[in-house]
Design a protein around this ligand. Structure first.
Ligand code: CP
Length: 320
């Protein structure tokens, strides 16, 4: 087995990753976690220019990709959509070609429209990493969530994991379901009917209607942010009703103190979670953020090596 390359030199959605790819990423992330020291750089991305192209707001994903790429000795190019020539009518493809002309070879892209990373990948010789596209996918969140479960509980295969809340609008849910299924976890969804996908059976998940039943069943609960910016009106009677029926509070932990609770952030406290749940050590929200740096370092490192392997294979064709 080639330990240092992935099946594909890019990451557009979670189906790009085989089970073998996932464990390679986790193994490398473990290595970085053990050996990371602020100021000490690894040279995995020496000679690469990484563009952070965020067309939608982000705190965790953008900062952790920036720290990850810097720690691997890449040059960083931080593209600010809001202050760019997009405001003068330049198209996204021309914007991208302009960045490419400056020598960028890895693009970390977040965009409000599903499919933009795929569109960009189809128009470059470089590699695109999807950092969240519309309601479609957020594969590096799925990676860091799976890594967090494995580090916390020692395994993931056969684990019972329930995703709670706004599944319909969530790219995090789509990525997690795909990755958790690939890794052999049992996945359930718990949400108001209006926030469930239309054909959940195709996702290989079970549906649990009631939050108390979901918490009793699950070893890990992943709460999601209510994506109000993507939500049509009328899907929920009131926010208070959502919080009463689907918000996770201290009572749930009193009944099940060993519950492992995750949330990708940002959290709407008072809606999805009661702030007091942070008293419990099994609440993984900050750990998820920390793991995000090491998982993104691992992904960037392996993508860089996969790109180099493909480049060398191409060069060798002409040496024959
Ligand atoms: N979880 C997540 O994607 O957070 P940001 O929007 O802050 O990057």
């Amino acid at each position: 087995m080639d330990k240092v390359t992935l099946s594909k030199p890019y990451l557009l959605d979670s189906s790009d990753l085989t089970k073998e790819d996932l464990y390679k990423i986790f193994h490398r992330a473990d290595f970085f976690m053990q050996n990371f020291k602020v100021g000490n750089k690894f040279d995995d991305l020496k000679g690469f220019i990484v563009a952070l192209a965020f067309f939608e707001d982000s705190t965790r994903t953008k900062l952790s990709f920036e720290l990850a790429a810097k720690s691997l000795s890449a040059e960083i190019f931080s593209f600010q959509a809001k202050s760019s020539s997009l405001s003068k009518g330049e198209s996204i493809l021309d914007t991208f070609k302009t960045i490419e002309a400056m020598g960028v070879n890895i693009y970390v892209v977040r965009h409000g429209s599903s499919g933009i990373p795929l569109f960009l990948q189809n128009n470059t010789d470089g590699s695109v990493i999807n950092a969240g596209d519309g309601k479609h996918e957020h594969p590096t969140q799925g990676l860091l969530d799976a890594f967090t479960i494995i580090r916390k509980l020692g395994r993931i295969e056969g684990m019972k994991i329930c995703i709670v809340g706004d599944i319909l609008h969530s790219r995090v849910a789509r990525s997690n379901i795909q990755i958790l299924n690939t890794l052999g976890a049992e996945v359930a969804l718990c949400a108001p009917g209006t926030l469930l996908p239309f054909y959940p059976k195709e996702w290989n998940v079970k549906i649990i209607d009631n939050l108390d039943d979901a918490i009793e069943w699950a070893e890990v609960v992943m709460a999601l942010r209510l994506q109000r910016e993507r939500m049509e009106s009328g899907l929920l009677p009131t926010m208070r009703e959502f919080s009463n029926y689907y918000g996770i509070n201290i009572e749930h932990f009193r009944r099940k103190p060993d519950l492992v609770l995750m949330h990708p952030g940002p959290v709407n406290y008072g809606l999805e979670l009661d702030y007091l749940v942070n008293e419990y050590s099994n609440v993984m929200i900050q750990t998820q953020v920390t793991h995000g740096v090491f998982v993104r370092m691992a992904l960037l490192s392996l993508i860089g090596k996969t790109m180099n392997k493909e480049k060398n294979a191409f060069a060798n064709l002409f040496d024959m």
